[in-house]
Design a protein around this ligand. Structure first.
Ligand SMILES: *[C@@H]1O[C@H](CO)[C@@H](O)[C@H](O)[C@H]1NC(C)=O
Ligand SMILES: *[C@@H]1O[C@H](CO)[C@@H](O)[C@H](O)[C@H]1NC(C)=O
Ligand SMILES: *[C@@H]1O[C@H](CO)[C@@H](O)[C@H](O)[C@H]1NC(C)=O
Ligand SMILES: *[C@@H]1O[C@H](CO)[C@@H](O)[C@H](O)[C@H]1NC(C)=O
Ligand SMILES: *[C@@H]1O[C@H](CO)[C@@H](O)[C@H](O)[C@H]1NC(C)=O
Ligand SMILES: *[C@@H]1O[C@H](CO)[C@@H](O)[C@H](O)[C@H]1NC(C)=O
Ligand SMILES: *[C@@H]1O[C@H](CO)[C@@H](O)[C@H](O)[C@H]1NC(C)=O
Ligand SMILES: *[C@@H]1O[C@H](CO)[C@@H](O)[C@H](O)[C@H]1NC(C)=O
Ligand SMILES: *[C@@H]1O[C@H](CO)[C@@H](O)[C@H](O)[C@H]1NC(C)=O
Ligand SMILES: *[C@@H]1O[C@H](CO)[C@@H](O)[C@H](O)[C@H]1NC(C)=O
Ligand SMILES: *[C@@H]1O[C@H](CO)[C@@H](O)[C@H](O)[C@H]1NC(C)=O
Length: 867
C-alpha cells in the first residue's frame, strides 16, 4: 500500500502490500488492539535477501517475515510540561543566525555531566557529521536552528514522509520539507543536538553537526510501522553517519518489525541511537525499536539543574537604577505592564494566621496602602483569586505569587481580583533568594517588562534531590529474552530546548526522548575526533567508559549506596571525553547471563591495550542492586517491586594482568547465582566487571541475569481473556453460550465499528510479553464449519488480525463479524476461541511449546442472507 517506499536491497526488501483480501476502504475498521489498531489486510512483507525490489519478482520471492501494518497513536514519549505555550518576542536574533563558533560552551549541566563540555573545549562540535533524526519534523525557521533548510543550513537534509493529512490509516503523502512540526517533539530533539548559541543558556551537544529530519509522526504523535520503517531506511539511504530515534512502542522483543529494521541498519554499519521508553520503573518495560540488536539504547538521568522557562524581568538592589539581574516569571491575568516598583513580602508577622500567604486579610501590622509595591506572596492554603481579593483590602495592585514547594511544575499562570493591575508567579527557589534579601532589610526593586515585548528567560535551579540519578520514568530492560538493555544513560529529565516558534520557541521537556539526541551527539563528537564509525566499536567505547550512578528507589524514597541496576542504567552515565581518550578496548560491551533455565555460568572477554606502553589492569566485581519483576502475588511487572543487595559471585581467571603495548589478554569468568532471592518474583540481578588500569583508565562491562524461568511464564491471563459484547463493557465477559444475531457479512468485510452493532469481541489481557498468540475459532457440537488442523487441533479459522506476534504486556481487543482472518464466513453455529500462547524461547511450529486458554462458547446467527 505505501508505494513510495524505496528500500535498500541489502536490508532485505521491506515492502507494504496486502496478502489477504484487502478492504476497499482501508481504515474503516475498528480493530483496536491495545493502544494500536491494525490496518486490516495490509501487511509488510520481508523477503529473503538477494531478492530485489520489483513487485512482480517479490511475489515469487521466499518470504522471510510478514508483519501486519500497525497504526500507533501518540507515540511520542510521555511529556512532563514545565512551562509551555508562552509566546515570546524572539527579537534580537537575526533571521539566518550564523553557526556558533567552536569552543563557546556555557557550562551547561547536561554537558558537564557527560563531559561534552570538555570536547567542545577541545574544539569538537560534530562538524562534518550527518545526524539523521526520525521524528515529528522540525521548525528549521527557528533562528536558533539556523533559520533555513537545505545545503549549508543547520538542518540540511531530510523529508516529510507523511504529509499534513496523515492519520496512520490513510495514504501518506510525502513531501520535500520536514516542516511544519505541529507536535513540537522533533524541534525539541533537534535543539538538543544542534541549537546554536542563544540567550537561554543552553546549546546543542553537537552544534556543528549537520541535521537531517525525517518527519514521520502526525500532529497527535501517531504513525504507523510501515511509515516508520520507511523513515529509518530513508535516513540511512541519505548517508546519515548516525541516526537518532526518540520514538517507541512498548515491546521487549528484538524481533519486532521496527527493531528488526534498525538492526539491519546497524548491521550495514550505521549506528542507531534509540530511546528506551518512559514506562519505568517497572522491569521489562523497554520499547521497540530501542530493543533492536546492536543499537545504542538510551536511559534518562535527571538534570542536576532544573531549568525554569519564563518571561524575562529584572531586579536591582538598593535603588531602581541599580545593576539589573535577570529573572524568569510566568505572567498571570492580568500580566504586569512595564513598571518598576519595590518588592514587599507577606511575612508571618503581617498575617493573622502566621503564614506567608493571604488566605485571610492581612493583619493590622501590614501597611494599609500597598499600591506602590509589588507584593510577594506564597500561593498556599487557598486559591490565587482569594489571595488577590484579600490583598486588595490593603490596596494591593501588583502581586508576584510564589509556589509553596520547589516543584517547577507547580508554577502556573495565576488568576487575580478585578482590582489587580499586574500579576505573575515565580518558583519558590527564586522567591527564597528575594525573601532572604528582604529579611536582611535590603531594598529590592523589580523592573517588570510587559510580556508582549519581553524576551524569554530561563533560570536554572539546582536539583539536589534527584539530579544525577536515573529518571523515575526511564524504562527498564532487559528484553523478554534477556538481552541487556538499556545500554547507556544521559540527561533527559528536565531539558530546555527549542520548540516551534508558533508554540513559544522554547520548552522544557522530559523523557528518554531528550536523552537520546544527546547520546547521538556524543557519537558525532567521537566520529569527528576519532574517525570511528563502526557501531560495535562505538557502543563498546561508550559503554566501557561510563560512570555508574547510584540507585534511588522512588517508591520507598531510599537513596542507596549500591549502583543502580544494569536493567535501569545500562553501563551508566556516558562520559564522552573518557570514551574518546581511552586506549583500552574490551571485546564485549555487555554480558547477558540469561535466565536460570539457560544460565551462562562461564563466559569470557578480551582486553586490548592500545597504549604505547604496558598497562597492568586489576579486575574486580561491582555488584548493583537486584530488583524483582513482580510484587509477591502480582503477575504483571510492578512499578514498586522489591530490590535486594543479593548479588552473583564472579570468579576471574586473573585479578591482575599486565598487557604489553598493542597486546591483549583473555579473561574467563565463572559465575555463581545470587542466593536468597525469591524465584517466583523473577528477580533481575546485575553488576559490573570493573577494570582499573595503571594508565588511569577505569573501565566496566555491565552484566545481568534473571532468576527464574521465562519459558514458564503464561503471559495470557486466563481469568481475564474472554468474549464480550462489543457494545458493552470490555471488562465484562459475556455469559457462557450467549448468542449474537448479526448481519450476514460479505467476504473481506470488516467488523462494524463497535458502537454500531453488537458483535462478539475478543478480550485478551497479557500480563507479560508473549512471543506469539494464536486465536483459533473452534466449532462446537454439530456446527457445520469446515476445519483445518492447526498445530494438532481442528479449527474453523483464525480471529481476524491473529496470530499476533511480539506481544507486550497489554490489553488486546478485537470485534468479530463472522469473517475469519482467512476470509471465510463462518456458518451459523456454536464456537469458542482457543487462545494459544507460545512460551518464551519456544518454537512456533511445536504444539507442545504453547499453553492454552479457551474462552466461553458463543453462538452466531445471521439476521440477513448473502447478497
Ligand atoms: C483518516 O483520514 C481519512 C481521510 O483522509 C478518514 O477517512 C479516516 O476516517 C481517518 N481515520 C482516522 C482513524 O481518523
Ligand atoms: C554595577 O556593576 C558594576 C560592574 O560589575 C560594578 O562595578 C558596580 O559597582 C555595580 N553598581 C552597583 C550600584 O552595584
Ligand atoms: C516596555 O518596555 C520595552 C523595553 O523594555 C519596550 O520595548 C516596550 O515598548 C514597552 N512597552 C510599552 C507598552 O511601553
Ligand atoms: C516583621 O515585620 C517587620 C517589619 O515589617 C520586619 O522587620 C521583621 O523582620 C518581621 N519579622 C518577621 C519574623 O518576619
Ligand atoms: C536543596 O535545595 C533546596 C532549595 O532548592 C534547599 O532548601 C535545600 O537546603 C537544599 N538541600 C541541600 C542538601 O543542599
Ligand atoms: C537465552 O537463552 C535462549 C535459549 O538458549 C536464547 O534463545 C536467547 O537468545 C538467550 N538470550 C541471550 C540474551 O543470549
Ligand atoms: C556450567 O554449565 C555447564 C553446562 O552448561 C555444566 O556442565 C557445568 O556443570 C556448570 N558448572 C557449574 C559449576 O555449575
Ligand atoms: C577501581 O578503582 C575504584 C576507585 O576508583 C575502586 O572502587 C575499585 O574497587 C577498583 N577496582 C578494582 C578492580 O581495583
Ligand atoms: C447453547 O445455546 C444454544 C442456542 O441458544 C442452545 O441450543 C444450547 O442448548 C445451549 N447449550 C448449553 C450447553 O446450554
Ligand atoms: C472505533 O470505535 C470507537 C468507539 O466506538 C469510536 O470512537 C471510533 O471512532 C472508532 N474508530 C473507527 C476508525 O471507526
Ligand atoms: C466447506 O468447503 C466446501 C468445499 O470448499 C464448500 O463447498 C462448503 O461450502 C464449505 N462449507 C462451509 C460451511 O463453509
Amino acid at each position: 500500500m505505501v508505494s513510495y517506499l524505496h528500500l535498500l536491497p541489502f536490508l532485505g526488501v521491506l515492502f507494504a502490500s496486502s496478502v489477504h483480501a484487502k478492504p476497499s476502504s482501508v481504515g474503516d475498521g475498528n480493530n483496536t488492539v491495545g493502544n494500536w489498531d491494525y490496518v486490516p489486510g495490509a501487511y509488510i512483507i520481508e523477503y529473503e535477501q538477494g531478492h530485489t525490489l520489483s513487485t512482480k519478482i517479490a511475489s515469487l520471492a521466499p518470504v522471510k517475515n510478514v508483519w501486519p501494518v500497525m497504526r500507533y497513536q501518540n507515540l511520542n514519549m510521555r511529556k512532563f510540561a514545565s512551562s509551555k505555550g508562552i509566546k515570546h518576542n524572539l527579537g534580537g536574533h537575526s533571521q539566518h543566525a550564523s553557526r556558533t563558533a567552536a569552543g563557546s560552551d556555557t557550562g551547561y549541566a547536561p554537558h558537564i555531566l557527560t563531559q561534552v563540555d570538555k570536547l567542545h573545549t577541545e574544539g569538537y562540535t560534530g562538524k562534518g557529521i550527518r545526524i539523521g533524526i526520525v521524528d515529528s519534523g522540525v521548525d528549521y525557521k527557528h533562528p536558533v536552528l539556523g533559520g533555513c533548510f537545505g545545503e549549508g543550513c543547520v538542518v540540511a537534509y531530510g523529508m516529510d514522509l507523511i504529509g499534513p493529512d496523515f492519520n496512520g490509516t490513510n495514504t501518506p503523502v510525502p513531501g520535500p520539507y520536514p516542516y511544519p512540526d505541529c507536535l513540537g517533539h522533533g524541534t525539541h530533539v533537534s535543539g538538543i543536538i544542534a541549537a546554536q548559541e542563544n540567550p537561554l543558556g543552553f546549546i546543542g551537544a553537537a552544534y556543528g553537526a549537520t541535521l537531517g529530519m525525517y518527519k514521520a509522526l502526525d500532529c497527535g504523535g501517531g504513525s504507523s510501522n510501515d511509515v516508520l520503517m520507511a523513515a529509518f531506511n530513508q535516513a540511512y539511504e541519505d548517508g546519515s553517519d548516525v541516526i537518532s530515534i526518540s520514538i517507541g512502542i512498548y515491546s521487549g522483543w528484538t524481533e519486532d518489525p521496527l527493531a528488526v529494521t534498525v538492526s539491519r541498519i546497524v548491521d550495514a554499519g550505521v549506528p542507531v541511537v534509540i530511546a528506551n521508553g518512559n514506562q519505568g520503573p517497572a522491569v521489562f518495560s523497554s520499547a521497540s525499536p530501542g530493543d533492536g540488536m546492536g543499537v545504542m539504547n538510551v536511559a534518562s538521568i535527571d538534570n542536576t539543574e532544573t531549568p525554569f522557562l519564563g518571561t524575562e524581568a529584572f531586579t536591582s538592589l538598593h535603588s531602581p537604577s541599580g545593576n539589573l539581574t535577570s529573572f524568569a516569571w510566568l505572567p498571570g491575568t492580568p500580566a504586569f505592564p512595564n513598571i518598576t516598583l519595590p518588592l514587599w513580602a507577606v511575612t508571618p508577622n503581617a498575617t493573622t494566621d502566621g503564614s506567608s500567604s493571604a488566605c485571610s486579610p492581612l493583619s493590622s501590622s501590614a501597611p494599609t496602602d500597598l499600591s506602590d509595591k509589588i507584593v510577594l506572596v506564597e500561593l498556599a492554603g487557598c486559591d490565587d483569586p482569594t489571595i488577590a481579593e484579600n490583598l486588595a483590602k490593603n490596596n494591593v495592585k501588583y502581586i508576584m505569587y510564589y509556589s509553596s514547594d520547589d516543584d517547577l511544575d507547580d508554577v502556573y499562570s495565576v488568576s487575580t481580583a478585578p482590582s489587580t493591575l499586574g500579576a505573575g508567579m515565580v518558583p519558590l527557589q527564586q522567591a527564597a533568594i528575594w525573601l532572604d534579601l528582604l529579611g536582611k532589610g535590603t531594598d529590592l526593586y523589580a523592573k517588570m517588562v510587559d510580556p508582549q515585548s519581553a524576551k524569554p528567560a530561563a533560570t536554572y535551579f539546582p536539583n539536589n534531590s534527584t539530579g544525577g540519578y536515573l529518571s523515575y520514568f526511564s524504562s527498564w530492560g532487559p528484553t523478554w529474552e534477556v538481552d541487556v538493555n538499556p545500554h547507556i544513560a544521559t540527561p533527559g529529565g528536565s531539558i530546555l530546548s527549542t520548540y516551534p516558534l508558533d508554540m513559544g520557541g522554547y520548552y522544557v521537556d522530559s523523557g528518554t526522548s531528550m536523552a537520546t539526541p544527546l547520546m547521538a551527539s556524543i557519537y558525532a563528537l567521537i566520529m569527528q575526533a576519532r574517525s570511528i564509525k563502526d557501531p560495535k566499536t562505538l557502543l563498546s567505547m561508550i559503554s566501557s567508559t561510563a560512570k555508574q550512578t547510584k540507585y534511588y528507589d522512588l517508591y520507598q524514597s531510599i537513596f542507596y549506596n549500591d549502583p543502580a541496576p544494569v536493567a535501569q542504567q545500562g553501563a551508566g552515565l556516558a562520559q564522552a571525553y573518557d570514551a574518546i581518550h581511552a586506549t583500552t578496548t574490551l571485546s564485549v560491551s555487555s554480558i547477558s547471563l540469561n535466565d536460570t533455565d539457560h544460565f551462562v555460568n562461564r563466559t569470557d572477554f578480551t582486553i586490548k591495550n592500545g597504549a604505547k606502553q604496558a598497562v597492568t589492569y586489576s579486575i574486580g566485581h561491582l555488584p548493583s542492586r537486584s530488583r524483582d519483576t513482580f510484587k509477591a502475588g502480582v503477575s504483571t511487572p510492578s512499578q514498586n517491586s522489591n530490590s535486594s543487595s543479593a548479588a552473583a559471585t564472579l570468579t576471574f581467571s586473573a585479578t591482575k594482568v599486565t598487557i604489553l603495548a598493542g597486546g591483549s589478554a583473555k579473561i574467563t569468568i565463572k559465575v555463581a547465582l545470587p542466593q536468597g532471592l525469591t524465584q517466583a518474583n523473577l528477580p533481575v540481578y546485575s553488576g559490573y566487571i570493573s577494570l582499573n588500569g595503571t594508565n588511569g583508565e577505569k573501565l566496566v562491562i555491565p552484566y545481568l541475569g534473571v532468576i527464574g524461568s521465562l519459558g514458564s511464564l503464561q503471559g495470557i491471563d486466563a481469568g481475564n481473556s474472554y468474549i464480550y459484547h462489543s457494545t458493552g463493557h470490555s471488562w465484562q465477559p459475556a455469559p457462557n453460550n450467549d448468542t449474537w444475531t448479526i448481519p450476514y457479512p460479505s467476504v473481506g468485510s470488516q467488523p462494524p465499528a463497535s458502537a454500531a452493532i453488537d458483535c462478539p469481541a475478543l478480550y485478551i489481557l497479557a500480563n507479560t510479553g508473549v512471543p506469539l498468540i494464536r486465536a483459533d475459532i473452534i466449532p462446537l457440537g454439530d456446527t457445520p464449519a469446515n476445519t483445518t488442523k492447526i498445530l494438532g487441533l481442528d479449527t474453523a479459522g483464525s480471529f481476524p488480525g491473529y496470530p499476533i506476534q511480539w506481544v507486550d504486556a497489554n490489553i488486546y481487543q478485537t470485534p468479530f463479524n463472522g469473517v475469519t482472518q482467512e476470509g471465510v464466513i463462518l456458518p451459523e453455529g456454536s464456537y469458542a476461541v482457543l487462545l494459544r500462547g507460545l512460551k518464551i524461547f519456544g518454537s512456533a511450529s511445536n504444539a507442545d511449546d504453547y499453553y492454552i486458554v479457551q474462552t466461553q462458547s458463543f453462538n452466531i446467527k445471521y439476521n440477513s442472507t448473502a447478497t
